[in-house]
Design a protein around this ligand. Structure first.
Ligand code: PGA
Length: 252
């Protein structure tokens, strides 16, 4: 059975105290509830990782980072390595978010390097892909996703694919309030699963968790998650409100 996941991407929000207080309330919420059908992950800024790791210990929430360095260690001022992330107790790292691709010019080759490094360090990777508005309008969305996956991800050996979660995040839907329709999400997720199948075979494709991201909220989560190839969500804005995030995690 493939895993359902709801991951919160805090992005660059909340100082240390605010973040730890928020994590405490999310952790507490899920401890008091029966286990949700989806695995719940908090992807926090680097500075929160260790503190959140202690808060969630033995609870029902998992932890991830939002980026990692492309080099294992050394003279790279300002960078945080996959090994450092792993040492906080985090299990996941988001790689290839569209904000990294566009604002920090991270290209497919660099993302591929980061992905390999993260996996070799023992981190699971939430690998993001997504087209911009013009690419969809020009009908190029499928080809763009194919390129991002082939160049960023499909160099991995088959045995590493169990460490991968794919997140489809149409850039035009991120933080804009515009959500892909459940049909648009399903079409793309089905296409992505087909690409995984072509490259790694049927079993790997069936096991692959594919998340949707982009203005996912309590009012649309259940419908999105009801689609057969949508296995959960990567949640930005709505992950900063406990009630909304909890409602999305319980939308299955
Ligand atoms: P959003 O962000 O939910 O605020 O649109 C999603 C994401 O960027 O992961």
């Amino acid at each position: 059975m493939r895993k359902k996941i709801v991951a919160g991407n805090w992005k660059m929000n909340m100082n240390l105290q605010e973040g730890l207080n928020f994590a405490r309330s999310v952790d507490q919420y899920f401890r008091e509830k029966p286990a949700p059908k989806a695995e719940v992950i908090l992807c926090t800024p680097f500075i929160h990782l260790q503190g959140v790791s202690e808060i969630i210990k033995n609870g029902k929430v998992e932890l991830g980072a939002q980026n990692c360095a492309a080099e294992p260690s050394g003279a790279f001022t300002g960078e945080v390595s996959a090994t450092m992330i792993k040492s906080t107790g985090a299990q996941y790292v988001i790689i290839g978010h569209s904000e990294r691709r566009s604002y920090y010019h991270e290209d497919d080759r660099l993302l591929n390097k980061k992905t390999l490094l993260a996996i070799n360090t023992g981190l699971k990777v939430i690998f993001c892909c997504g087209e911009v508005k013009e690419e969809r309008e020009q009908g190029r969305h499928l080809i763009i996703i194919k390129r991002q996956l082939e160049e960023g991800l499909f160099t991995l050996p088959a045995e590493s694919m169990k460490m991968i979660v794919i997140a489809y995040e149409p850039v035009w839907a991120i933080g804009t309030g515009l959500t892909a329709t459940p049909e648009q999400a399903q079409e793309m997720h089905h296409y992505i699963r087909g690409l995984v199948k072509e490259k790694y075979g049927r079993e790997c494709a069936e096991e692959m968790t594919i998340l949707y991201g982009g203005s996912c909220k309590p009012s649309n989560a259940a419908e999105l998650f009801s689609k057969p190839d949508v296995d959960g969500g990567l949640i930005g804005g709505a992950s900063l409100k406990k009630e909304d995030f909890a409602a999305i995690a319980e939308a299955f």
